[in-house]
Design a protein around this ligand. Structure first.
Ligand code: SF4
Length: 219
């Protein structure tokens, strides 16, 4: 199977079986999504969703978060990973939003990446989810699932994975493909023990074929 065919089959599968795929982070506007994505680094969406309602209520606008002290913000996010750093990032991000972007979450990836706490992955999430741009955010799930399926080859970095994926995925499917791969990685193709028995992509999956081949040789 060529790389192109593999992409086509997998995209076809998800298009039919998962026509709707969205972030599991809860938010009501771009500012809230930006906060939630910053908080979600190395933390589960479920845990982030537990702290954000109070946080959003306390700091509904960038101006209010910008005026807060990070120690104050820390109290609301102490149960998630790296609360100290993330509290500082949130206040810094809000400050820059107010000072340089008139309080509006920017749409350009290069502008988003200037914000404290925002790396390429977060910038791509905002660009694709909020502004519907063809940006592929690569997190740990996207990186792992793409490699196992054989959508990427010898990728060593998230940026490499991003480049390999956008080369083959049609522009209008890039945003949803990000969610397909994340959700597949979160619930089926999990890191330690992928649930290949439940997976409908075995036919197209490099990892599955290699594993089965190895088992046959052992026998
Ligand atoms: S067959 Fe297994 S390794 Fe391949 S995508 Fe499915 S769950 Fe992941």
């Amino acid at each position: 199977m060529t790389k192109k065919e593999r992409f086509e089959k997998i995209i076809d599968y998800f298009s039919v079986h998962q026509p709707v795929a969205e972030t599991e982070l809860q938010y009501e506007n771009p500012f809230q999504l930006l906060i939630a994505v910053i908080l979600s680094a190395q933390c589960t969406d479920k845990r982030v969703n537990m702290v954000t309602p109070t946080l959003f209520k306390t700091y509904p606008k960038p101006e209010l978060l910008a005026a807060a002290h990070s120690d104050e913000v820390f109290k609301y996010i102490r149960s998630i990973s790296y609360p100290n750093n993330k509290a500082k990032h949130l206040v810094g991000m809000a400050n820059m939003l107010v000072k340089e972007f008139k309080g509006i979450v920017p749409s350009e990836i290069k502008d988003l990446e200037k914000l404290p706490g925002v790396g390429r992955k977060t910038a791509n999430v905002i660009a694709s989810v909020v502004y519907n741009k063809p940006a592929m955010a690569v997190d740990t799930h996207v990186f792992r699932v793409s490699a196992r399926l054989g959508l990427t080859t010898n990728s060593k970095t998230p940026l490499d994975t991003e480049k390999q994926l956008v080369k083959y995925i049609p522009e209008n499917k890039i945003a949803i493909a990000h969610h397909w791969l994340i959700l597949h990685g979160r619930y089926t193709c999990i890191a330690r023990n992928p649930k290949c028995g439940e997976c409908k992509l075995t036919e197209f999956c490099n990892y599955f074929h290699k594993k089965n081949k190895a088992l046959k040789i052992e026998k």
